[in-house]
Design a protein around this ligand. Structure first.
Ligand SMILES: [Zn+2]
Length: 356
């Protein structure tokens, strides 16, 4: 009987790490760290791991890979764009996950999850197996998403809990702030390029940091992962200027990292916090203890979400597509999980285990 145990990722915002035991094999699905502090999944007492499957390159899904050697260096699989974008560590040596139809002899199906460069959902064990959504979005203008297949068991990205605001309304709220220069700290391998391309199309002067430029150049070799509109958006980024920490504060400035904790965003946000000249707008998860959290608390930054996870309505549609007999709602806190239990008819399992 297959079994799935969440080592981490249930009742809390990340890190992602799930142990799937199926047909005598043990697979780890993602091996993350953070996103708040350096939180790691508890890997003690695990059976021998036969393979590690990575859904995408974000640190809350890959940041625990420094434990990969300690796990016995099992075969490591990841989507091609995530491998291409990795700059260090085991992920650079991973075997492509997308395009495979089996893993350790088990049926495998993957598809584009619409969340980030190369983000995939994966189904292991066929229609009677498990579907792991990874991080998934149905609103990205840039990243392609494929419909989810049916599966007996589901782990679904519920990072936004019962929040239900559509991206179009969020974009309007951010645009309303663009009468002044805007610094938008973003993950380079995520919504940053989409935000930059959106503001370019809306006629704004836009600059992107070197980390975002690197991702844009890498994506040229992975255009099949983009929507048809997204391919035009990627081409349009040639018109975005180069952003550095010392230049003028004007127009739309898109810089990594997302919490102003590193990269070009860190010194730019510090400069703006000290001397003004632009608005700082955070659009994603604000990590505890980060400069972004401190800027928000001090009234030096604003928060306006740009969806990269499903709204409740989209999550409902995803559950209907998969039609699972049992499921876990992942990556949200206990309060949001309780709300989901109240407000949906999903077959949510108690606790952190699925057996089917
Ligand atoms: Zn992610």
């Amino acid at each position: 009987m297959p079994e799935l145990r969440a080592l981490s990722g249930i009742g809390v915002k990340g890190p992602a790490c799930f142990l799937l035991s199926i047909d005598g094999r043990s697979l780890l699905l993602d091996l993350g760290r953070g996103p708040d502090g350096a939180r790691l999944p508890d890997l003690s007492g695990l059976p021998r791991i036969d393979a590690v499957l990575i859904s995408h390159g974000h640190v809350d899904h890959t940041g625990g890979l420094d434990q990969w050697q300690a796990l016995g260096a099992p075969p490591l699989y990841a989507p091609r764009p995530s491998i291409a974008l990795a700059q260090e560590g085991p992920l650079t040596q991973a075997t492509p996950l997308d395009g495979r139809d089996e893993i350790l002899g088990l049926p495998l199906l993957t598809g584009a999850a619409g969340h980030a460069p190369g983000a995939v959902w994966m189904r292991i064990g066929g229609a009677e197996g498990l579907l792991y959504s990874g991080d998934v979005s149905r609103e990205s203008l840039l990243y392609r998403n494929d419909p989810l297949p049916r599966a007996a068991a589901l782990i679904l990205d519920c990072a936004y809990g019962t929040a239900d605001e559509p991206l179009t309304a969020q974009i309007a709220a951010i645009e309303a702030l663009a009468d002044q220069p805007l610094l938008l700290p973003c993950p380079a391998g995520g919504r940053g390029l989409e935000i930059a391309a959106h503001f370019l199309a809306a006629g704004h002067s836009v600059r992107i940091c070197p980390a975002h430029r690197r991702v844009a150049r890498t994506l040229v070799d992975h255009r099949a992962w983009l929507t048809p509109e997204g391919r035009k958006m990627l081409d349009s980024l040639d018109r975005a200027g180069d952003l550095d920490a010392t230049g003028p504060l004007d127009g739309i400035m898109v810089a990594a990292g997302p919490n102003a904790e590193r990269g070009t965003a860190q010194p730019l946000a510090a400069r703006i916090a000290a001397s003004g000249g632009a608005r700082i707008v955070l659009t994603g998860h604000v990590a505890e203890g980060s400069p972004g959290a401190a800027l928000l608390a001090a009234g030096k930054a604003l928060f306006r979400r740009w969806n990269v996870h499903p709204t409740l309505a989209q999550a409902e549609a995803l559950v209907a597509q998969v039609a699972p007999r049992t499921m876990l709602a992942a990556f949200c806190g206990t309060d949001a999980l309780a709300d989901l239990r109240d407000r949906t008819t999903w077959p949510l399992a108690p606790g952190e285990r699925l057996v089917w």
